[in-house]
Design a protein around this ligand. Structure first.
Ligand code: GDP
Ligand code: MG
Length: 163
């Protein structure tokens, strides 16, 4: 099946937008409302001759914080089991939330190869905000804007370097 990369993170950080950017498709459903991506979505990516499968995790069924927490934990654990590399997506516009901290803790314990993605870094000023994500202890945050595509080449380089 080849290398598998899973995108995890709390709702609304831009996982599906990033999935679309990296797979260059509109496969994932992107919506302003948290809770849109019903199922995990698979796509193929090829970068500098290397191929991998990308999974957009989802399954946020109801708008209850408790369910979110339970669902996100489930998705993160599935990703830890199935994936070779995890993309942990956070959001520079909203900064660190409790749910981010919780996911970071699970990922840190798993010792799974991981790339920390600071999404919504739409302009250079926002890159400075990404420094707060060093607090996770998960290495350097990669600043990207899934919406305008900036940083996606460097991110892809970082992903394939983990295989
Ligand atoms: P998901 O719930 O993590 O899959 O997030 P979505 O991909 O559905 O995106 C949630 C919202 O964030 C949508 O309104 C997107 O348009 C927005 N969004 C995603 N990526 C970016 C980005 O790079 N910059 C900005 N400003 N907004 C983004
Ligand atoms: Mg989504």
């Amino acid at each position: 099946m080849g290398n598998i990369v899973a995108i995890v993170g709390r709702p609304n950080v831009g996982k599906s937008t990033l999935f679309n950017r990296l797979t260059q498709t509109r496969q994932a459903i992107v919506d302003d409302e948290a809770g849109t991506t019903r199922d995990r979505n698979y796509g193929k990516v090829e970068w500098t001759g290397k191929k991998f499968s990308l999974i957009d995790t989802g399954g946020w069924v109801v708008n209850s914080d408790d369910i979110f927490e339970e669902e996100i934990n489930k998705q993160v654990h599935i990703a830890i089991e199935e994936a070779d590399v995890i993309l942990f997506v956070v959001d520079v516009l909203n900064g660190i939330t409790d749910l981010d901290t919780q996911v970071a803790q699970i990922l840190r314990r798993s010792k799974k190869p991981l790339v920390l993605v600071a999404n919504k870094a739409d302009n250079f000023d926002l890159h400075y905000s990404a420094a707060e994500f060093y607090a996770f202890g998960l290495g350097d945050p990669f600043c990207v804007s899934a919406i305008n595509g900036s940083g996606s080449g460097d991110l892809l380089d970082a992903i394939i370097a983990k295989f």
